[in-house]
Design a protein around this ligand. Structure first.
Ligand code: TMP
Length: 211
């Protein structure tokens, strides 16, 4: 087992994950903690190349099974190269998305089942898993409207698709309440941050009491 803590921020497009991760990182660093921020897919050289393949809108022919395995491949490299070592030295790792995204965005595509995605995740991560996954939830129409830059291959999908993705996130949280927290993201940045802190602080106290 690892000594660090692994916290994932996840949710639909434009839900404010990046802003909230930065705020939490600043708060943790201000208290002298060793914090590492990663984004999934990406972070490593190999992972960023895979990210470009995944998000390129020209790749219209890509099937969901290829897509799922590419997300897992990027993640496997990120675990091997960055997250695993950071947790071993006792760092707090904050990840912008993780397997919870694959369980929402790729679930059901070309018949992909939850069991298949979890099997692939076990192969990619060798049993590694987040300590806590925070789902930043808000209505799809409101969150997608916040995406101002050109939309990537996944963001371009239909509103119905993104509604399903939202329900998939909420279902994960409902079926695994110990490991997930749903945060109402449709509030001010400060309110959302305080709510996140309320869920993160006990986890840190637990790991520091153990040390
Ligand atoms: P980002 O815009 O939050 O960086 O995420 C990149 C896109 O990839 C976003 O549209 C969500 C999508 N995605 C999946 O479809 N499955 C996954 O497993 C992950 C991590 C992201």
């Amino acid at each position: 087992m690892t000594d660090g803590r692994f916290i994932v921020f996840d949710g639909g497009e434009g839900c404010g994950k990046s802003t909230q991760i930065s705020l939490l990182r600043e708060r943790l660093e201000a208290s002298g903690r060793d914090v590492l921020l990663v984004r999934d897919p990406g972070t490593t050289r190999v992972g960023e190349l895979i990210r470009d393949i995944l998000l390129n809108p020209d790749h219209t022919e890509m099937g969901f099974r290829c897509e799922m395995l590419l997300y897992m491949s990027a993640r496997a490299q990120m675990w091997h190269e960055v997250i695993g070592p950071a947790l071993s030295r006792g760092a707090i790792v904050l990840s912008d998305r993780f397997v919870s995204s694959t369980l929402s965005y790729q679930l059901g595509g070309d018949g992909l089942t939850e069991a298949e995605i979890r099997t692939a995740a076990r192969i990619a991560l060798g049993g590694g898993w987040p300590d806590l996954t925070l789902i930043l939830d808000m209505p799809v129409e409101r969150s997608i409207a916040r995406v101002k830059r050109a939309k990537d291959r996944i963001e371009q999908r239909s509103s119905e698709y993104h509604q399903r993705v939202r329900q998939n996130f909420l279902n994960q949280a409902r079926t695994t309440p110990d490991a997930y927290r749903v945060i109402d993201a449709d509030r001010t940045i400060e309110q959302v941050h305080q709510d996140i802190w309320r869920h993160v602080e006990p986890l840190l106290e637990m790991s520091e009491a153990k040390a």
